[in-house]
Write a protein that binds this ligand. Structure first.
Ligand code: DAH
Length: 358
């Protein structure tokens, strides 16, 4: 009986294929080839109509059994393959939960940012505002308006980074030509923010302006080509040198400690008259004299003075009505004095072993 032989042959072949299938895609191909619409088993079942009524029950029974067994085998193999695939995925993705975790390194604020923030706190506590100016400044704001004439040595190309504007008009420095000057440069001091502030705001002015400045200096223990200053400016009616001294003494004691003494030495700055440099007593030897203060007992920390009337005139401020004082402090210097740092270059290295200490 050929149909019965066919059924047996189909079953044997299906069985071999099913259990030989290495993955689910192959198994599905076999399922389609055997039990699909055009599958071999389906084809045989279609021929049932040709059988005689006596043969039909016997062959029909066998056909059903074969179909059930093939479907059960397909199901069993599908389970096996799915299980194997899952096992393989688990093995590949395995995470060893007993390993110690990786702790992310958390950054911290740089010492210089901390110092600037602390100075902002001290001056904001006295009612000062915090102003800002651009790194690329006009020579007018950086020098001329600050009473530093064209022949001032700090304007020489050896002392100042001039910027070549290859694309004239691309920088919006409408004040570049204010007095016929057209130079732009990396600012050498934050003092230009004094000019910017007085031009945009009427007195009373009580402001500080922290920011980066640039000079063509070779870095050494006490110099950096790029560092940060905090500028200060007060313009109001009746401001005297007593206000300057009271303000800076208060600031220095807040910053360095109540036990520190100050000393005001006459000096020269083009934009202040009179001008001084201020020293603070050495924190290492308390004024006795040591290596840190080069035996003097004092450490220089800032420049200051009464705003020169010419500067007020340049900004349209009536110098008969208003007076003022100004000061400039190096943030790196404050950090060095406060933490007795032997070399300013440490602040530029980004060495975490150093930076993490603050
Ligand atoms: N701009 C000065 C410098 O870079 C520091 C300075 C001195 C600023 C005296 C001032 C000041 O405002 O009054 O050396």
């Amino acid at each position: 009986m050929s149909i019965i032989d066919d059924l047996k042959a189909i079953e044997a072949e299906a069985h071999e294929g099913i259990f030989g299938a290495g993955d689910l895609a192959n198994l599905d191909k076999i399922r389609v080839a055997v039990t699909g619409k055009k599958g071999s088993l389906t084809g045989v079942l279609r021929q049932m109509g040709k059988l005689s009524p006596q043969e039909r029950p016997q062959v029909g029974k066998l056909a059903n059994e074969v179909r059930n067994r093939v479907e059960a085998a397909l199901e069993q193999r599908r389970h096996e393959l799915e299980h194997a695939a899952l096992e393989a995925r688990i093995a590949a993705d395995s995470v060893d939960v007993t390993l110690p975790g990786r702790v992310p390194t958390v950054g911290s604020e740089h010492l210089i940012s901390q110092i600037i923030e602390e100075m902002e706190q001290i001056f904001c506590g006295m009612g000062y505002t915090v102003e800002d100016g651009p790194y690329v400044e006009t020579s007018y704001n950086n020098f001329t308006a600050l009473n530093a004439p064209l022949d001032h040595p700090s304007r020489s190309a050896r002392d100042t980074f001039y910027v070549v504007d290859n694309n004239p008009g691309s920088l919006d420095y409408s004040e570049v030509h204010a007095n016929g000057e057209s130079d732009i440069l990396l600012r050498t001091q934050t003092s230009g923010v004094q000019i910017r502030t007085m031009l945009k705001q009427k007195p009373p002015i009580y402001m500080i302006a922290p920011g980066t400045v640039f000079r063509p200096d070779t870095p050494d223990a006490c110099h950096l080509p790029q560092f940060n200053q905090i500028e200060g400016l007060v313009v109001d009616e009746g401001i005297t040198f007593g206000d300057l001294k009271g303000t800076l003494d208060y600031f220095i004691r807040e910053m360095f400690g109540k036990d520190r003494a100050t000393r005001y030495r006459p000096h020269f700055f083009p934009f202040t008259e009179p001008s001084c440099e201020v020293d603070v007593s050495c924190g290492v030897c308390h004024g006795e004299g040591c290596r840190f203060c080069k035996g003097t007992g004092w450490l220089e920390i800032l420049g200051c003075g009464m705003v020169d009337p010419n500067v007020l005139d340049n900004c349209g401020v009536d110098h008969e009505k208003y007076t003022g004082f100004a000061f400039g402090i190096g943030a790196e210097r404050v950090a060095a004095l406060r933490y007795n740092l032997p070399d300013l270059r440490m602040l530029m290295t980004g060495d975490e072993r150093f930076l993490k200490q603050f």
